[in-house]
Design a protein around this ligand. Structure first.
Ligand code: ZN
Length: 287
């Protein structure tokens, strides 16, 4: 029997500058969320941010909660959701970090020295934590928090491979990682027509649980964690493919998406997505 009701709070880091490799040109990295699910004494953190500074702020926030951090769950293997885990484990030595085996394998890929240097270190020079670790594989799919079940659900491809979400039935809560976006342009740069369909299927897995609260991995600061984000994420994907079939060039697709989604944060993410999708799906466009 659970001891008492759980609570969940969400911390959102604002956008930060990202180096593009082009002198003088900077881009921004979308805001990222982390969620603290708390019982009377203990707490479980979901996702852990990117930079050393973000992890310090997140650690301060966890400390201020007064809860005992037992577990960090990582929803997927993208560095912007797990690099902050390493300094948090140093700061909270009683906590363990867990993820599905597919996510752990993805974390190893993110940390391969050549890719890590070429992408992560050059995009955020001097800002990333040292001696980055990967999570331990979660045994089974359930994390216990004072008698409540937190269920890790594998959902396949969304904005990358092997993504998951955490379902907390006693709160009617889904912490969705990158399967759901809220008020932020979706990262489609690593998708294909087939994987965008898989992403829609992952969104539908979340929808089938009828959660009352949905925390998106990338959300606009201050946005409500409304389940409306489920339908919005789905519509963005179907709109993208509908418009992709109609437009003649990348600029036309960017304009058409911005006309439908004028308020989402980080249009640079849309421009990058469109460029990459044209390069991989249509002949004659450079990568
Ligand atoms: Zn992400």
């Amino acid at each position: 029997m659970p001891e008492s009701a759980l609570t969940a709070e969400v911390f959102v880091t604002p956008s930060i500058p990202a180096e593009t490799g082009v002198p003088g040109a900077r881009s921004i990295w979308s805001p990222i969320s982390a969620t603290l699910i708390s019982g009377t004494r203990d707490a479980v953190l979901v996702d852990a941010f990117l930079t050393e500074g973000q992890a310090r702020d997140l650690g301060d926030w966890i400390e201020a909660s007064g809860k005992n951090l037992t577990t960090i769950y990582l929803t997927h293997g993208h560095g912007d959701h797990f690099f902050g885990m390493t300094p948090l484990l140093r700061r909270f030595p009683g906590a363990r970090a867990v993820a599905t085996p597919g996510t752990v394998a993805h974390m190893h890929q993110e940390l391969e020295p050549e890719f890590f240097q070429a992408f992560w270190e050059s995009t955020f020079p001097g800002q990333l934590p040292n001696d980055l670790q990967v999570a331990q594989p979660l045994a089974g799919s359930v994390i216990d928090l004072e008698g409540h079940e937190l269920r890790a659900v594998e959902a396949g491809y969304s904005d990358t491979h092997d993504t998951t979400f955490l379902h907390v039935p006693s709160l009617d809560l889904v912490v969705a990682g990158d399967i759901i976006y809220n008020g932020v342009h979706q990262y489609l740069a690593r998708t294909s027509k087939a994987t965008r369909q898989q992403w829609i299927a992952a969104v539908d897995q979340v929808a089938a649980l009828h959660p009352k609260r949905v925390v998106a991995g990338h959300k606009a600061p201050g946005a409500q964690d409304s389940p409306r984000a489920i339908a919005d994420t789905r519509a963005y994907l179907t709109d993208f493919d509908e418009l992709l079939d109609k437009v003649g060039d990348p600029a036309e697709l960017v304009d058409a998406m911005l006309a439908r989604y004028p308020d989402r944060l980080n249009p640079d993410a849309l421009r990058l997505s469109v460029r990459r999708v044209f390069a991989s799906e249509r002949a004659g466009y450079p990568a």
